[in-house]
Design a protein around this ligand. Sequence first.
Ligand code: GRF
Length: 189
Amino acid sequence: MTTPVRVAVLVSGGGTNLQTLLDQLRNSPVARVVRVISNRPDAAALQRARRADIPTTVLRDASDAQELLAALGDAHLVVLAGYLKLVPGAVVSRFRGRMINIHPALLPDFGGLGMYGHRVHEAVLASGAKESGATVHFVDEAFDRGAIIAQERVPVLKGDTPETLAARVLAAEHALLPRVVLELARRMS
Ligand code: GRF
């Protein structure tokens, strides 16, 4: 494929993972962010998209498969980056093998319904685990269950709080996600 792979990004929050993708893919011949979609009109990630002149869509109903499919349009690859809603089954089916999610823990541990943000790192610390990290996996019909594509590990340090661990994991996410997106895009090209 001579034209870059068209990437749509789903967001719900601050968008630091989106920002890393925007920065890393800006003039890439391999992959380009072509749309940013959110379930929340006030997501700061939308401002990041607008600043980068990327079209945005705010979903009226994140559980409506038709609405999400229309918003995804002709995207080849879909990236969930801090997206907190379950993807409707019809959308998972249409994008099977072409939809990925980044999770701030080493799946299959510390994932699933309700395991996002602060709670993930609290659970990791409470477990006494010596390491945590970021996981990129394919999206299927359940939260955080799809096949794992890649992981980036970080140490859990003495005295870590959920905040200090979250910051260390987020840095790993920012290293991992663009690498995986570019690798998948190369395979699709
Ligand atoms: C990140 O830890 C991501 O893994 C999780 O949401 C957090 C915030 O992501 N899904 P971002 O800053 O909105 O990209």
